[in-house]
Design a protein around this ligand. Structure first.
Ligand code: BV8
Length: 230
């Protein structure tokens, strides 16, 4: 049974109506990373950050998984391959498509985190700074999201799976943000074959053994069909 590690980014959710970051209508066009996606920005203006993530939480709830999300769930469910999805996305479209073996390395919109005691609980639709932690009672509620300068989640598990994989596939990511952008190099150094499925060449496209470019809802189901027929 081949072990496949699949990294996904904002591009896989674009056709579900979730905005990406670096596109001309991307999130970073309207918001400064420093203001909305850093612990310093949250300390400076928690209301601005909560508004940013409350809007994204509402958008993710209104969105539906697309053919690319569903194809990856189909690949996993077929049981012919050991599939691990490592997503940079904070939406829950992979889960809603049926994917089970999934790591949200940058956190999830559906999670709340107490900045005082580290307790985690399900995020309310509208989060604000006056909400108290159900464990320690302090008003230190923040989105359970990995911000810039913070350590992504479950990195040891991810690196172990990457080094032991039979194939590394990168879907819908521009390859700008580390450590995720370094996974192709980590896979290459471990002798793991690599494949890029993206709308356009990513920053690291030259490091991939193979690259197929086009909308995720076309290139991902086509690749999954190939894998299930192989
Ligand atoms: C850390 C959560 C210490 C929040 C996010 C090395 C070199 C340089 C800098 C660094 C470095 N190491 C660390 C850094 C600093 C920093 C970093 O990388 N900065 C960048 C900007 C240079 N990294 C960090 O701070 C990280 N933490 O390093 O901790 C550490 C860690 C490990 C080991 C030791 C120490 C934390 C980074 C996480 C930050 N949080 N998300 C939120 O979502 O609001 S990052 C966020 O931005 C996303 O999660 C994602 O990771 C990134 C956006 O990238 P993409 O998902 O790729 O989206 P993008 O819009 O860029 O591209 C979309 C792609 O899809 C495009 O290629 C497009 O062509 C394609 N596409 C579009 N439509 C479609 C499509 N493809 C197919 N079909 C379509 N329809």
């Amino acid at each position: 049974m081949a072990r496949i590690v699949i990294l996904t980014g904002a591009g896989i959710s674009a056709e579900s109506g979730i905005r990406t970051f670096r596109a001309s209508d991307g999130l970073w066009e309207e918001h400064r990373i420093e203001d909305v996606a850093t612990p310093e920005g949250f300390a400076r203006n928690p209301a601005l950050v909560h508004r940013f993530y409350n809007q994204r939480r509402a958008a993710a709830t209104a969105a539906e998984p697309n053919a690319a999300h569903r194809a990856l769930a189909r690949l996993e469910a077929a049981g012919a391959h050991q599939v691990l999805i490592v997503t940079q996305n904070v939406d829950d479209l992979h889960e809603r498509a049926g994917s089970q073996n999934l790591i949200h390395m940058h956190g999830t919109l559906n999670g709340a985190l107490c900045a005082a005691c580290g307790h985690r609980w399900s995020a309310p639709a509208e989060m604000n700074k006056t909400q108290f932690c159900p464990a320690c009672g302090k008003p230190a509620t923040r989105p359970d999201i990995v911000w810039f300068g913070e350590m992504p989640y479950r990195m040891e598990e991810i690196w172990t799976a990457l080094r032991a994989a039979d194939l590394f596939v990168s879907i819908g990511t521009s390859g700008n943000v580390y450590p995720a952008a370094g996974f192709v190099a980590d896979a290459m150094h471990a002798g793991v074959p690599t494949l890029e499925l993206n709308l356009e060449p990513s920053q690291g496209t030259r490091m991939f053994d193979e690259a197929r470019h086009g909308p995720a809802t076309q290139v991902v189901p086509a690749w999954v069909d190939e894998m299930l027929c192989a």
